[in-house]
Design a protein around this ligand. Structure first.
Ligand code: PNW
Length: 450
């Protein structure tokens, strides 16, 4: 059986994604201040094998080699993130010149290689000093974030053609503050809801600050996936619906509709109605990160039925994630379900209609730990891109796809055990070796431009 060749039109934008803490290293250099992830990694038992991002891929020093890898790959766009504690070591006050200089060098070398820089302002590395003052539980951080956005626009708006504010506010809320599996490691349960509101408000304020500073073409990078009920029982359907509101619509509705899903606004702090008008400041595009669907049922009280990736969930939750069987799995244990990718895109179209701006896929990829012979990554990408192509043919306006990730890198609480890269990294020598999937992706990009 030979499938039709996979190609997209010549205008479709191809990219790769990374984030600062996951690749840069050099955490005490160039005047960088500590972030919550430096602190979290130093706490015993938080990250697998005690790994940290102290060196990571040494990208701070090897960025030129990484830009050359992207040039040879042929991507149009590179999505990376600014490290807030490199730009403002304590999260407030004047910019750190050496931090800005690093991103100048990176951005200029990307432009020289014909690659558009597409930075994210915040990918989870909160300056520790801000965390000490309450972090994302405190409304004050939204003012700090707006100041930070102003600094970035002032320095880079002349050269950066595409911007995004915050990466996956849902993951910082749930893993960072509700269950504590990510930095800052807090276990607030439902008390973490203000963290969602403050990130959304920070997003809206940053959009306004970026535009005021001359930046344009602004979006967000939000993680979304279908939530499937574990059975047809009314209890499971209700539990899955709740979970769906919490992980998907709590984050997308305020941005795209200017409202919270019903009942959820009341749980939020501050002048919520006023805030929603800032949060829904129109975007030029919506960035969607997608990995895998989630199966959810009503709580059984049996700790063995819940799939929590080893993170203990607070007791008394009204839902319970369950293992999704019957699909191949990546080495991280995430199910491979290309149809779910199509489903979430169609759901966005149905839910938001004309209020949905053009979409970019700002992350998609898989952990496959097979070294450079990563045929299983090629199979994953092929399946997900075929699903995407079908959705585009059905008239959903998706303008680009940014694969996660260019390099194997620091996979948060899983340390270096999970490899998402198109390029293999030997963490002892820092040697980069393109994998089979890198060559496959390059050929796909070439084909699509014909
Ligand atoms: C994203 N989940 O994180 C992040 O944006 C990346 O930094 C990360 O490396 C990548 O996906 C792979 O994990 C996620 O639990 C973390 O569903 C957790 C989930 C999804 C995405």
């Amino acid at each position: 059986m030979t499938a039709e060749p996979l190609a997209f039109g010549p205008d479709f934008r191809w990219g790769v994604s990374t984030s600062a803490y996951q690749i840069e290293g050099a955490v005490t250099e160039g005047g960088r201040g500590p972030s919550t992830w430096d602190t979290f990694c130093a706490e015993p038992g938080r990250v697998l094998d005690g790994d940290t991002g102290a060196v990571a891929c040494d990208h701070y020093y090897r960025y030129a080699e990484d830009v050359a890898l992207m040039r040879d790959l042929g991507v149009d766009v590179y999505r990376f993130s600014f490290s807030w504690p490199r730009i403002q070591p304590s999260g407030a006050g004047p910019a750190n010149a050496a931090g800005l200089d690093f991103y100048d060098r990176l951005i200029d070398s990307l432009l020289a290689a014909g690659i558009q820089p597409a930075p994210t302002l915040f990918h989870w590395d909160t300056p520790q000093a801000l965390e000490d003052a309450g972090g994302w539980t405190s409304r004050d951080i939204t003012s700090r974030f707006a100041d930070y956005a102003t600094i970035l626009a002032g320095r880079f708006a002349d050269r950066v053609p595409m911007w995004m504010t915050i990466n996956e506010p849902v993951v910082l809320t749930l893993l960072g503050y509700a269950v504590g599996g990510h930095a800052p490691g807090r276990s607030l349960g439902f008390e973490a809801l203000p963290v969602a509101h403050h990130q959304l408000l920070a997003h809206g304020r940053a959009v306004q600050a970026l535009r005021a500073g001359g930046a344009s073409n602004i979006g967000i990078a939000s993680n979304h996936a279908p939530t499937w009920p574990a059975s047809d029982s009314p209890e499971d359907v209700e539990a899955a619906g709740l979970y769906d509101n919490l992980v998907n619509w709590l984050f997308a509705d305020p941005v795209l509709l200017g409202e919270y899903p019903s009942g959820m606004g009341e749980a939020m702090p501050g002048p919520v109605a006023e805030d929603l008008s800032v949060i829904s400041t129109p975007l030029d595009w919506f960035g969607l990160n997608h990995y895998a669907p989630v199966l959810v049922g009503a709580p059984t009280g049996d700790p063995d039925t819940a799939a929590t990736d080893g993170i203990p969930l607070p007791p008394g939750l009204p839902f319970e994630p369950r293992p999704l069987e019957g699909y191949p799995k990546t080495d991280f244990g995430w199910p491979v379900v290309p149809d779910a990718f199509a489903e979430i895109l169609r759901t966005f179209k149905t839910r938001y209609g004309d209020r949905l701006p053009p979409i970019y896929i700002t992350e998609n990829g898989c952990a496959i730990n097979d070294g450079v012979d990563d045929q299983r990554r090629i199979d994953y990408l092929d399946g997900y891109l075929r699903a995407l192509k079908q959705v585009i043919a059905d008239d959903i306006d998706v303008r680009g796809y940014f694969q996660w990730s260019l390099l194997d890198n620091f996979e948060w609480s899983a340390g270096y055990s999970q490899r998402f890269g198109l390029v293999h990294v030997d963490y002892k020598t820092q040697q980069r070796t393109p994998k089979a999937s890198y060559h496959w992706y390059r050929d796909l990009i070439t084909q699509s431009r014909k």
